[in-house]
Design a protein around this ligand. Structure first.
Ligand code: PEP
Length: 236
């Protein structure tokens, strides 16, 4: 299966013209690449402007429609052309108080809408120091996947929180060990991505040595040249 390279733009950029420019530069740079699948996850408001690459969203609400001011549902995102939705990103968990049960409702809503959830899991530095990493991942996966009948329809992203946006990526050997642990906790058929300070220098190691099925890229996906390099280095 082709590696899946997912760009999480987070709350960037500020203007529509910058979003279009970044998207167009990435599109141009990867248009001839067939051996990797690339997904761009911009802020909701840019989704309808961007055409030509596979799109994903960074979050969704778990109800389909109704009196939920400010929320956006998986069905709406599907209608806008999204194929993937990131759920349970550590920033949502930390800054917006999302718990494993909320994340589970979102995973189910995304599947119900016929889209692919990218379920983010990962431990904080403190949890790692206290040797609670496996316990944390187990809870995130077990609760996150409650009532999911076919887990092969879900993608898991292992994102150690201490590695996100810090420039301190997880050691390749350690990432490989964590991939094995996660794979044992879930079905053999599930695809597992690595995320956390991925750049064009380390991308290949996570895919080829640590055998992840793809990458979730934050900061580096906002620089077209760097992101294109990452996609190029991901080819098998
Ligand atoms: C992320 O936000 O999912 C992420 C991995 O960010 P970064 O690549 O900047 O560490």
């Amino acid at each position: 299966m082709k590696p899946l390279i997912v760009a999480n733009w987070k709350c960037n950029p500020i203007t529509q013209s910058e979003a279009k420019e970044l998207f167009d530069s990435i599109s141009k740079g990867i248009k001839d690449i067939e051996n990797a699948e690339t997904v761009i996850c911009p802020p909701f408001i840019y989704l309808s402007l961007l055409k030509g690459l596979t799109l994903g969203a960074q979050d969704c609400y778990f109800e389909e429609k109704g009196a939920y001011t400010g929320e956006v549902s998986a069905a709406m995102l599907k209608d806008l052309g999204c194929q993937y939705i990131i759920v349970g990103h550590s920033e949502r968990r930390k800054l917006f108080g999302e718990k494993n049960n909320d994340v589970n409702k979102k995973v189910l809503a995304v599947l119900d809408a016929g889209l692919i959830p990218i379920l983010c899991v990962g431990e904080t530095e403190q949890e790692r120091e206290q040797e609670k990493t496996e316990e944390v991942l187990k809870a995130e996966l077990e609760i996150g996947l409650i009532d999911v009948h076919d887990v092969s329809k879900v993608i898991v992203a292992y994102e150690p929180i201490w590695a996100i946006g810090t420039g301190n990526p997880c050691d390749i050997e350690e990432a490989q060990r964590m991939k094995g642990i996660i794979q044992k906790m879930v079905s053999k058929n599930i695809r597992i991505l690595y995320g956390g300070s991925v750049n064009s220098e380390n991308a290949e190691g996570y895919l080829k040595q640590a055998e992840f099925n793809g990458l979730l890229v934050g900061g580096a996906s906002l620089k077209a040249k760097e992101f294109i390099k990452i996609v190029n280095r991901s080819l098998s």
